[in-house]
Design a protein around this ligand. Sequence first.
Ligand code: AMP
Ligand code: MG
Length: 491
Amino acid sequence: MTENQTIIQAGWNFDNSYSRLPDSFYTKLDPTPVRDPQLIILNEPLAASLGLNIQALQSDDGVAVFAGNQIPKGAEPLAQAYAGHQFGHFTMLGDGRALLLGEQIAPSGERFDIQLKGSGRTPYSRGGDGRAALGPMLREYIISEAMHALGIPTTRSLAVVTTGESIIRETDLPGAILTRVAASHVRVGTFQYAARWGTAEDLKALADYSLQRHFPDVADAPDRYLSLLREVIKRQAELIAKWQLVGFIHGVMNTDNMAISGETIDYGPCAFMDTYDPATVFSSIDIHGRYAYGNQPYIAAWNLARFAESLLPLLHDDEEQAVKLAEEAISEFSGLYHRHWLAGMRGKLGIMNEEPEDQSLVGDLLSMMQQYRADYTNTFRALTFDQLEGTDLFCSKDFTEWHERWQARLGRQSESKESSHQLMKNSNPALIPRNHRVEEALEAAVEEGDYSVMEQLLDVLASPCAHSPEQAEYAILPPLSDQPYRTFCGT
Ligand code: AMP
Ligand code: MG
């Protein structure tokens, strides 16, 4: 059998709609081959849903595709150009270490970007080496898959391969490539790039492309560009509410890391909050707490305002009118976000109808959790199973009073206790990718080549609301440490 036939059997079924955008949006380029690719992990359920053959993907030729050593038939690799506000400062960026192989058309008819991350230098690499290290790529794999299992829109991870080459960071690290699957990689920063450096036609082409790809229902509407803005705002409001509800901190919400599709994208220094505190920051480079947990909704609105600015020429011929339309749309974010968040919080407390005081019931619980330094995930888990002992919060008089209010509130709904309990079970994950568990899995993988710890972790994270006995140990908190947990940009 020839090489090509083997690759065809893998089920790759590419289209390349992005490459039909104006040339300024990308540079066509092949990945830089690597010395000795080894498959570390393959996401079999995801592969199957994409119409890919697992055995073929695991073969040498299959792995060569994940390593960038072979280009599957039909793929037209390219690096995407984009800009972005990084920590508030506008700059030209682009795929500096990633390539879009093409768009896989799944058996369902859905279209997914297949991107190699860590595949070598591109014209947008600036000073970087175009490569990625094994630890951060496995970290993205674990956390993105955990997010997916938590029901949060996200890019997915199909595979990680090692390259057989070292990359130089503070020390030499094993090089790796992640294959990322996304609804698309169009970012707020892609629009900023078009608005700043493209022609009027470029911007329109990108907007029309995004409408066709993500919002086909409004793609032909007369006010379609305003609809694009409003739909992106809606999806981000829902997404950020979901992050807040599980205690996810993205860590680097630059405008280039906000996807138009509404998926979570670019897992760098992200991490989950343990103790509830809105000021929580993990990223070592987020010195001023710009991307702290409690700031995420505000930053999302700020990023969306940058998106709206990029769209101004398309919103109205008259600039003043365009600004007015953009401002009106942006002003809706906070209400939309809040509604999603409060609905999610009601679910976490087993509340199935709406009362005006629900907001203060939730707010008072969160204030107490902050005051008594309660663990965010475990507090809701304990409320779900009525295991209210052993923490300062649960022993406090404040909590006893709040608990009475909550019970009275539950008593004022007609639904059964059982259905309320079921709602809480489904809304309160037993486990999240706890930072110390993720670190433990990565250490075993990177230092010892032992992937079993990661595989076990992935296994339990796949059903976060199962509340099964074997998950109990994953709810145990990290040992107290003098040093706060720190994350680093995923380089
Ligand atoms: P990120 O922090 O992952 O969103 O990346 C910000 C920008 O830096 C993007 O344009 C990346 O493509 C680029 N970048 C990150 N790491 C590297 C690297 N090792 N080599 C080249 N470019 C990189
Ligand atoms: Mg990025």
